[in-house]
Design a protein around this ligand. Structure first.
Ligand SMILES: [Zn+2]
Length: 280
């Protein structure tokens, strides 16, 4: 991919938010300024895609400031990043969350592709990883090493489920691989955690259609799944949405164990230190 692309025309999404449980509606429009990046527009206030605008990373990624916010931005951002889409304004028309749709990125991609994409003059920046680094935080581990491709390998280690412990997926980044291998991977949660999530005021829009529910080594609703290893593929989907805040792409191998939103952003901070990125 030599150039970024943008939308040919606006595209709308609506539905319940997975955490608020409330109806939300958004519009994604190509922006007027040809070198503009990705912005969220909430109540006429522009919130740019930058780390300082991240206000919460528990269970989802929330952007905003003291006055406005929008949560669960990661699945849409994962699509924009993976399809090299920029120069768009994301208007939050109703609600304060991106619609959950089916719990994956699939519907975002289908509708964006229907609206059509066109090349921009902008080119993505690609960073070559020159050395091997390991970053650990809580129970999450990120290992990066040189590669001539952008590869992401993800696995999960948990006492809660051997079903998840057996999952591992290697993804070689490209828009077509993303559409085929990652986009339809739905979000998941543990049955035993639902009560606590709900009592924290989150997960209110989750249901058996948009969340894979894991109970030990069993999946309660396997009929909604598309892939084998779907949970680690969804972790890769989320990771791509979170690292999109760096506004760069990589040649390097990323091995992730137990990634989550909080750890993903700490990893980004670590990665953006000059000596890591440029091999110091
Ligand atoms: Zn997710």
């Amino acid at each position: 991919m030599n150039h970024f692309q943008t939308l040919k025309k606006p595209v709308y999404f609506e539905g319940i938010g997975i955490h608020t449980g409330k109806f939300s509606k958004i519009k994604i429009s190509p922006s007027d300024i040809s070198n503009d990046d990705i912005n969220f527009i909430i109540n006429n206030k522009k919130i740019s895609l930058s780390f300082e605008n991240i206000v919460d990373t528990k269970l989802c990624t929330t952007l905003g400031n003291d006055f406005v916010k929008v949560s669960t931005v990661e699945h849409l951002l994962s699509v924009l990043f993976s399809l090299f889409i920029t120069n768009v304004d994301i208007y939050i028309i109703k609600g304060n969350e991106i619609p959950a749709l089916d719990g994956s990125s699939k519907i975002f991609i289908e509708e964006i592709c229907k609206a059509g994409l066109k090349k921009t003059a902008l080119k993505p920046k690609i960073i070559n990883i020159k050395n091997t680094f390991i970053f650990k935080i809580n129970n999450s581990i990120y290992k990066i090493s040189p590669s001539n491709k952008f590869e992401i390998i993800c696995s999960i280690k948990t006492e809660k489920s051997n079903y998840l412990n057996k999952q591992k997926y290697k993804f070689v980044f490209s828009p077509s691989n993303y559409i085929r291998e990652i986009a339809a991977a739905k979000t998941f949660c543990f049955l035993q955690d639902i009560k606590e999530i709900l009592s924290s005021g989150k997960g209110l829009g989750g249901n058996l259609e948009n969340v894979i529910i894991i109970n030990g080594d069993e999946v309660l609703n396997p009929e909604i799944m598309t892939y084998k290893n779907e949970c680690v593929r969804h972790k890769i989907l989320d990771f791509l949405g979170d690292i999109s805040f760096m506004r760069v792409y990589f040649k390097g191998k990323f091995e992730l164990i137990n990634p989550n939103h909080y750890a993903n952003f700490k990893f980004c901070e670590y990665l953006l230190k000059e000596e890591v990125v440029y091999g110091g």
